[in-house]
Design a binder for this molecule. Structure first.
Ligand SMILES: Cc1cc2nc3c(=O)[nH]c(=O)nc-3n(C[C@H](O)[C@H](O)[C@H](O)COP(=O)(O)O)c2cc1C
Length: 369
C-alpha cells in the first residue's frame, strides 16, 4: 500500500516526526531496582521501537507519592534522570523522538507502597477496584483527601518532573491526565467532592491541570508538552460518568486552544459505552471540532483504520499500544503491509527480557527464514 497517511512525516511544533505512527504509553514494570530508575534493558526496548514517529514513554511517577504499580520508573531523583538519559540517548541514536509520560496515580496507589500510609486523592472516596502492589493485587483503600496546599505541592512535583525530563534529554512530556489516575480523579465529580478551589464547578475541577501547564512555562516550552484524556472512561478505577463529565472535557479541550501545546492525545472509549448515559461513543468525531492543535487518537486502531481516521481529518497522528509490544518495527510492517506478531499478554508486566526485548523485527524474521 503506497502513500499511506500514517507513513507521511509530520511537524509537531519544533519536532520533525518521520511518520504519524505514535507508540502509546505503556507500563511494563521493568524498573526493578531500588531507585526505580530506567535501566539498560529499558533503553534497549525503546531503541528497538525508535522507528515510531514519536514514542511516548510508560507512565513515570513524578514523586514517591505518585507510584501505584511495582517496578515502574520514576522521574524525581537524580538516579532516575540518569536512567532516563540512557533511554533518550539510545532512541536519539536511532533518530527516534521520545516524550516522557508524567504520572501520579492518586487513589489507585496502596498503603503497601507508602509504609502503611494512605494514598492521596481529591476526596476520601474508595474507587473499589484493585491495586497492583508488591504483594500482588489487593483491594483499593479509602484514600486521604489532599489538603489545598498539598494540591499545590503536586503541581510543583509535576513541574519538577518536567524539568527533569528536559535534563534527561526527552523531546517533550505528556501529562497523564487520563485513565482514572490523579488528574482524572480531579475532573470527575464522583471522585472529587472538594469544597475548595479544586472542586465544585467544572472550572474548579479542571483547575489543577491548568495550574500545571502554567507552572511548566518556567521549565519547558509548551509546544513540547502534550496531554492525554479519556473522556468516556466509565466503570474503571471507580470512574463513573455523570451529566457534567463530557461538558468538563469540552471545557478542558476548548481551553487548551489557548496553550499552543505539542498535542492533545485522546482515547476512544476503552469499553463500549452505548448503554452509558452521558457518554460519547465517538471521541475523535466529538472533540476534533473543538480543538485547533495537533490531535493524537488511540485505542484499537490498526493499519487500515489508522490510515482512514487521518484521511477523514479526525486525527493528525495515531497512537498504537499493544501492537508495539510485539512489533518493534510497526511502521515498517505498515510500509510492507506485513503480518503482525501477536503479543504474549502474560509477560506485559512480569519483568525481565522475555516478552519485552525478544520480539523480532521483520528483518530478523527474514534472516531466520
Ligand atoms: C501493558 C499496557 C500498559 C499500559 N500502560 C499505560 C500507561 O502507563 N499510561 C497510559 O496512559 N496508558 C497505558 N496503557 C494504555 C495504552 O496507552 C493504550 O491506551 C491502550 O493499550 C489502547 O491502545 P491499543 O488498542 O493501541 O493497544 C497501557 C496499556 C497496556 C496494554
Amino acid at each position: 500500500m503506497e502513500n499511506q497517511p500514517l507513513l507521511t512525516p509530520y511537524q509537531l511544533g519544533p519536532i520533525s516526526l518521520a511518520n504519524r505512527v505514535v507508540m502509546a504509553p505503556m507500563t511494563r514494570s521493568r524498573a526493578d531496582n531500588p531507585e526505580n530508575a530506567a535501566t539498560d534493558l529499558i533503553a534497549e526496548y525503546y531503541a528497538q521501537r525508535a522507528g515510531a514517529g514519536l514514542i511516548i514513554s510508560e507512565g513515570t511517577q513524578v514523586s514517591k507519592q505518585g507510584v501505584g504499580y511495582i517496578n515502574t520508573p520514576g522521574i524525581y531523583s537524580e538516579a532516575q534522570v540518569q536512567g532516563w538519559q540512557k533511554v533518550t540517548a539510545a532512541v536519539h541514536e536511532r533518530q527516534g523522538k521520545i516524550f516522557a509520560q508524567l504520572w501520579h496515580v492518586g487513589r489507585i496507589s496502596h498503603p503497601d507502597f507508602h509504609n502503611g500510609e494512605l494514598p492521596v486523592a481529591p476526596s476520601a472516596i474508595n474507587p473499589n477496584d484493585k491495586s497492583f502492589t508488591p504483594l500482588g493485587f489487593k483491594d483499593t483503600v479509602t484514600p486521604r483527601a489532599l489538603e489545598t496546599a498539598e494540591v499545590q505541592a503536586i503541581v510543583q512535583d509535576f513541574k519538577n518532573a518536567a524539568a527533569n525530563a528536559v535534563k534527561a534529554g526527552f523531546d517533550g512530556v505528556e501529562i497523564h491526565s487520563s485513565n482514572g489516575y490523579l488528574l482524572h480523579q480531579f475532573f470527575n465529580a464522583t471522585s472529587n467532592q472538594r469544597t475548595d478551589q479544586y472542586g465544585g464547578s467544572i472550572e474548579n475541577r479542571a483547575r489543577i491541570l491548568f495550574e500545571i501547564l502554567d507552572a511548566f512555562k518556567e521549565v519547558i516550552d509548551l509546544n513540547r508538552v502534550g496531554l492525554r484524556l479519556n473522556p468516556s472512561l466509565n466503570g474503571v478505577f471507580g470512574m463513573t460518568m455523570d451529566e457534567e463529565t463530557i461538558p468538563t472535557f469540552e471545557y478542558i479541550v476548548r481551553r487548551l486552544n489557548d496553550y499552543n501545546l505539542a498535542y492533545l492525545h485522546l482515547s476512544e472509549p476503552f469499553a463500549p459505552v452505548d448503554h452509558i448515559p452521558y457518554a460519547v461513543s465517538e471521541i475523535a468525531k466529538h472533540f476534533r471540532p473543538l480543538y485547533r492543535g495537533t490531535l493524537i487518537i488511540n485505542k484499537g486502531f490498526n493499519q487500515e483504520t489508522g490510515n482512514q481516521i487521518i484521511t477523514d481529518g479526525l486525527a493528525d497522528l495515531v497512537a498504537f499500544g499493544v501492537p508495539f509490544i510485539s512489533n518493534p518495527d510497526l511502521p515498517e510492517r505498515f510500509a510492507q503491509s506485513a503480518e503482525l506478531t501477536n503479543p504474549d499478554k502474560d509477560t506485559f508486566y512480569t519483568g525481565g527480557e522475555r516478552g519485552y526485548v525478544d520480539y523480532p523485527a521483520l528483518t530478523e524474521i527474514e534472516t531466520v527464514r
